[in-house]
Design a protein around this ligand. Structure first.
Ligand code: HEC
Ligand code: HEC
Ligand code: HEC
Ligand code: HEC
Length: 500
């Protein structure tokens, strides 16, 4: 039931959009990641104003609503809630900590605080690469303009500790230097070269896109699947869209280039980690196909007390609950209660099958370990491990795309079903190998009923990780903040976390 009297400002239901998605990638599209020579050079003419507070005076409505993303403090500790993830990410930093997203205001705070980034003592120390800053704020395009892509993407994460200090803000989405912007128009912009390249690949060249595609395009800066391409000698961010944006095409691309994010610590499977393919999931769902963008739901238009219409910059996490009148109700006739229930039902349905898939994948990892322990050979294990890789990739694609149950519920279910198929295939193959090596089945599966138990099973000393992080927050973070203030990069430091 879609309300025909939708506001003029909203895109019409266009079947043209729906068809665009079905079209093959443009002939001219690149088919591969950039080479070292193709990485973008420094561009001193591109000035990026990363300090968000500087826009408060000229754009009070947008600034004040943007600042309200700080009100969204809540997040879930996912691996504690569901310890299966600790097994599935065995040998990968995600097993230590993974949280649901919260307000944009906390992006810098949260990447500093998460156990995954470790506790580096100096610029060359620590487990992560520079690329981990890439979706945290407007200092990133600023640094790429100053240092070039090679300069930005080389080195360790701690290298930019006192540089990436402003959280997701104005210059991530707007050409703030343009006259248009000064006149109060959106002047939307993507300033990260790897994002512009990826949009070209799928025929959505930003500069020539219409308003609808540009609105979704600014979110595609960050809410996408990506990987770190090492072929240029630095860890640069690449979107794997060269064969398409769906789960099968991306898997095919990764298989062809023999990419893996890591080798699983117990099954030894060559694993893929899906990031947050929200843009990809949205574009496959009903709203994406009908030209209803992220903005229509997460950054709706709003009237201030003087009747002036402007864009609400709060980027709400759950618009059907928290901003119904300005979003869903502009197009749908159903009551809020009905739509809240519909979305909640989709969430429950997706979650139910997702847990079933997790159970299968966890068993497969332990069975693979049992097979190795019994003397299985690489050759024997190869196909089973590939099936584990594909099963978990499918699970992760659906799980990591936050809100996929809303953005494309039918696609989410289909992806999980195909994951169940791959997991069944892996376990059938493993059963044959186990039988051949005389292992009695079912094997003994370790107790992973709590996170503490699962960390122990997987050999993670969580207490040490936490202590090191605490020390890092106490000693290194204040130094980073001090340097950033001295360099004039921030007016106020990112908050230390108000946690709920
Ligand atoms: C995550 C992306 C994003 C961020 C961050 C962001 N904006 Fe926007 N902004 C948008 C979008 C999207 C629109 C609406 C575009 C449209 O209607 O087509 C918009 C619209 C605007 C407009 C045009 C008038 C209006 O309200 O529609 C101004 C001015 C503006 N933003 C200023 C700012 C300022 C100042 C900041 C930082 C405090 C900021 N924006 C941060 C995405 C962003
Ligand atoms: C520069 C990168 C970047 C851009 C651009 C960006 N996001 Fe985000 N977004 C993030 C990160 C990182 C988080 C998680 C922040 C955290 O948890 O600390 C996030 C969180 C969110 C959340 C969760 C909010 C909550 O309260 O639960 C929503 C919704 C969201 N983004 C939507 C959007 C939309 C819509 C756009 C485009 C208008 C957009 N984002 C543009 C990086 C970005
Ligand atoms: C038709 C409305 C609609 C559109 C279009 C839409 N979203 Fe959402 N999105 C929602 C709703 C509703 C939720 C909350 C679902 C829930 O919590 O059950 C959500 C959830 C999210 C979340 C997870 C928030 C959290 O805290 O877990 C992110 C991130 C997000 N959306 C980003 C995007 C991006 C990026 C786009 C565009 C590429 C987009 N959304 C398009 C309605 C929409
Ligand atoms: C700009 C208009 C617009 C907005 C805003 C909008 N929708 Fe929709 N919605 C549509 C259109 C168009 C369809 C497809 C209808 C069709 O195919 O008959 C649709 C379909 C749906 C469907 C059925 C398809 C599916 O994916 O499950 C649900 C549920 C839905 N919308 C929920 C929401 C919710 C919840 C919100 C607010 C967070 C929302 N919509 C905001 C236009 C909109």
């Amino acid at each position: 039931m879609v309300n025909s009297a939708s506001a003029e400002d909203y895109p019409k239901t266009t079947h043209e959009k729906a068809q665009q998605l079905q079209q093959p990638l443009p002939e001219t599209a690149a088919k591969r990641a950039p080479t070292q020579a193709e990485l973008t050079k420094a561009n001193p003419d591109l000035k990026i104003d990363a300090v968000n507070e500087k826009f408060a005076k000229d754009f009070p409505r947008q600034y004040e609503t943007w600042a309200k993303t700080a009100d969204q403090t809540e997040f879930h500790r996912e691996v504690e809630d569901d310890p299966r993830m600790i097994v599935m990410w065995g040998g990968y930093a995600f097993a230590k900590e993974f949280n649901s997203p919260r307000g944009h205001f906390y992006a810098v705070t949260d990447v500093r605080n998460i156990l995954r980034t470790g506790a580096p003592k100096n610029a060359n120390d620590g487990p992560q690469a520079m690329a981990c800053w890439t979706c945290k704020g407007p200092d990133v395009p600023r640094l790429i303009a100053e240092w070039g892509e090679e300069g930005y993407f080389s080195g360790k994460w701690a290298k930019a500790g006192s540089e990436v200090v402003n959280s997701i803000g104005c210059a991530d989405c707007h050409d703030t230097q343009s006259q248009e912007f000064k006149d109060g128009k959106p002047a939307l912009r993507v300033a990260r070269p790897h994002v512009l390249r990826a949009l070209d690949t799928v025929g959505k060249t930003f500069a020539t896109s219409d308003r609808t595609d540009q609105r979704a395009g600014v979110c595609a800066n960050c809410h996408v699947e990506y990987y770190f391409d090492k072929s240029t000698g630095v860890n640069n961010v690449v979107f794997p869209w060269y064969k398409g944006r769906d789960v099968d095409s991306i898997e095919k691309y990764y298989d062809e280039i023999e990419f893996k994010d890591w080798e699983h610590s117990i099954s030894k499977a060559p694993m893929l980690k899906a990031q947050h393919p929200d843009f990809e999931a949205w574009s496959m769902g009903t709203h994406g196909k009908n030209g209803v963008t992220c903005i229509d739901c997460h950054m709706a238009k709003k009237q201030d007390k003087d009747g002036k219409v402007f864009t609400d910059h709060q980027v709400v996490g759950n618009p059907v609950v928290d901003n119904f009148q300005n979003t869903c109700a502009r197009c749908h006739d159903q009551s809020q209660e009905t739509l809240v229930k519909t979305v909640a039902q989709h969430k429950a349905d997706v979650r139910e099958v997702m847990i079933k898939l997790e159970d299968q994948i966890v068993k497969a990892h332990f069975e693979a370990k049992a097979a190795w322990d019994a003397g299985a050979t690489k050759e024997e294990m190869k196909d089973a491990l590939q099936a584990i890789r594909h099963a978990q990739w499918r699970w992760d694609f659906a799980a990591a795309s936050h809100g996929m149950h809303m953005h494309a519920p039918d696609v989410a279910l289909k992806i999980i079903a195909s994951g169940l198929d791959r997991a069944a295939d892996a376990r059938a193959k493993l059963a044959v190998i186990l039988a051949k090596h005389g292992v009695q089945q079912p094997i003994n599966y370790p107790d992973i009923s709590t996170a503490e138990k699962a960390w122990k099973v997987m050999g993670i000393d969580i207490e040490k990780e936490r202590k090191d992080k605490e020390e890092f927050i106490k000693t290194v973070i204040p130094e980073w903040n001090k340097e950033a203030i001295e360099k004039g990069l921030i007016l106020t430091p990112p908050p230390t976390t108000p946690e709920k």
